[in-house]
Every structure is written in structure tokens, then in C-alpha cells.
Design a protein around this ligand. Structure first.
Ligand code: URA
Length: 210
């Protein structure tokens, strides 16, 4: 993937995102929409994966048919909101290896604090897709990518639903080699580090917490 920033402007993605933003959208609807949108984003983030032609027997005879090449890719969910995107991406890539990075945001400093990290092996040989719906300050995203690189990952993409310009700048400064794929670049962050207009707290909205 050569573009450092891809905004997926497909009408279905944009329509579903609008429904997700609405304050009246219920937890159940939000989760369903996130899963659906994850499928469409997964399609985009994997569109240039290498394939190899393999001998294949159809009921009509033999052919050379394409299948995904290389080692199984790794999906890494940045907890907890990342799990909402993870499930949908896994629907499309069920054999992917899965890792989790737990970071919470210190509400005063807005800095990430790590509390969990479990990653698949041989990250250096895999395409690693880090997933987190909200690229806000970029602090936890950049810290999560630091962890992935420390674990050996060399080919990383960052998949989110919404991004703030501040978060994109932070990520591109810290990790200029990591393409970002998002459905929207919103206007700004507020003083609490929330994306405006955004959709609120993605974790709370998908899990029904406050
Ligand atoms: N995390 C969220 O869930 N929402 C934001 O707007 C920013 C960070």
C-alpha cells in the first residue's frame, strides 16, 4: 500500500458511518453497523495483498486460480474498542492470527498506559493490521505500533473508522512507514481528546457502558 492516508469514501461506508454517528443510534444498531462497515474497510485494507496462482480442480476441469500468498496475516486489536473492528475483519479473513494490545488513556495527561500485550509469533514475516476505531490524539495508536515494531513487525497498516487531523499528524510523525486507512477525517479534537464531531466514545457506544 503506497498511500500514507486512505479515506474510504465508498457511499455505503459513508452512509453507515452517518448512522453510527447519530446520538439516537442504539448499542445494538451501533454494533451491527460497525461490523458491516468493518467488512467494507477490510476489503479496502487488503485490496493489494499478493496472490499466487495454484492448480485448482473445478467440476469442469483444471485451472490455475489465485489464492492469498505468504504467511497468514496478523490482526491486532487495540483494546477495547478495537474488538468491534476486529470481529468484522475476521469475518472476511478467518484464518488471520490475532493479537491484543491493552492501552488505556490517562484522562489527565491523555498519554497511553499499557496493561496487556499478547501478539502472534513471527510478526516480522506477516502483514500486521492494527485496528482501533478512533484515531484521536494518536498517542495510544503510536504506542501500540511501537509495541508491534518492538515485537518484530515490519509491515504494518493502521485501520480505523474515524481519524482526527491531530492523530494522523502524530502517527505520521512517529510512524511514517505505516499507512492509515479510515472512513473519515473529522474536524478536530476537543479538550478532552474526543474527536469532533465524531461519534462519542466508541467503546461505550458498542458495549453500552458509560
Ligand atoms: N476515543 C473514542 O472512543 N472517541 C473519541 O472521540 C476519541 C477517542
Amino acid at each position: 500500500m503506497s498511500d500514507l492516508l486512505t479515506v474510504v469514501d465508498h457511499p455505503l461506508v459513508q452512509h453507515k458511518l452517518t448512522l453510527m454517528r447519530r446520538v439516537e443510534t442504539s448499542t445494538g444498531q451501533f454494533r451491527t453497523l460497525l461490523r458491516e462497515i468493518s467488512h467494507l474497510l477490510a476489503y479496502e485494507v487488503t485490496r493489494d495483498l499478493p496472490v499466487v496462482e495454484v492448480p485448482t480442480e473445478t467440476p469442469m476441469g483444471p485451472m490455475q486460480a489465485p489464492q492469498l500468498d505468504g504467511k497468514k496475516l496478523a490482526l491486532v486489536s487495540i483494546l477495547r474498542a478495537g474488538n468491534g473492528l476486529l470481529d468484522g475483519v475476521l469475518d472476511l479473513i478467518p484464518s488471520a492470527r490475532v493479537g491484543f494490545v491493552g492501552l488505556y488513556r490517562d484522562e489527565e495527561t491523555l498519554q497511553p498506559v499499557q496493561y496487556y500485550c499478547k501478539l502472534p509469533d513471527a510478526l516480522e514475516e506477516r502483514l500486521v493490521i492494527a485496528v482501533d476505531p478512533m484515531l484521536a490524539t494518536g498517542n495510544s495508536s503510536a504506542a501500540a505500533v511501537d509495541l508491534l515494531k518492538e515485537a518484530g513487525a515490519r509491515n504494518i497498516r493502521f485501520l480505523c473508522l474515524l481519524a482526527a487531523p491531530e492523530g494522523i499528524a502524530r502517527m505520521q510523525e512517529a510512524h511514517p512507514d505505516v499507512p492509515i486507512i479510515t472512513a473519515s477525517v473529522d474536524e478536530k479534537l476537543n479538550e478532552q481528546g474526543y474527536i469532533v464531531p465524531g461519534l462519542g466514545d466508541a467503546g461505550d457506544r458498542m458495549f453500552g457502558t458509560k
